[in-house]
Design a protein around this ligand. Sequence first.
Ligand code: GLV
Ligand code: MN
Length: 195
Amino acid sequence: ADPDPLQDFCVADLNATFSVNGYPCKPISQTTSEDFFFDGLSKEGNTSTIFGASVTSGNVQSFPGLNTLGISMNRVDFAPGGLNPPHSHPRATEAGVIIQGKLLVGFVTTDNVFHSKVLTAGQMFVIPRGLVHFQLNVGVGKALAFTAFNSHLPGVVLQAPTLFASTPPIPNQVLTKAFQVGDDVINNIKSKFGA
Ligand code: GLV
Ligand code: MN
């Protein structure tokens, strides 16, 4: 979904001012082979979170060699029962492959149709750009997946914190009406997300 590159590469100068979802290039004379390799996805993420899952990003901000190339990857680790909670990527379609374990992968279309399937090692999925999706570990042990995106910085909108933990908070008047529940329910959810 990113624009086509205008040169072979443009290793990001992360210290330069961030502008329009891209970084200026570091000088070619300072570019080395190391700029095109990244070992940040080699280690298991910390899944001791409330969701029991961990997303490690290999995007332009962690792997500057991806700058302007329109592609990036994540590593997603799951404890047993772990959930990568409902979220969407405004700037990329996502493709994924399961490496270990058993994941329920699902997304919802703009017509409110829920598509899902349980996948095991070697199986792939695709999440169309911008649609809300999740992965849940439904196996007995840990699970591991790698995902790929057609953007060097796909962006992530996590639906629960977006609505219940924004700064400043969305007024309860909006959320009680939107979800057709009382203040008690909204306050309870807000409290779970540290608001
Ligand atoms: C999984 O949904 C991911 O965004 O890596
Ligand atoms: Mn995703």
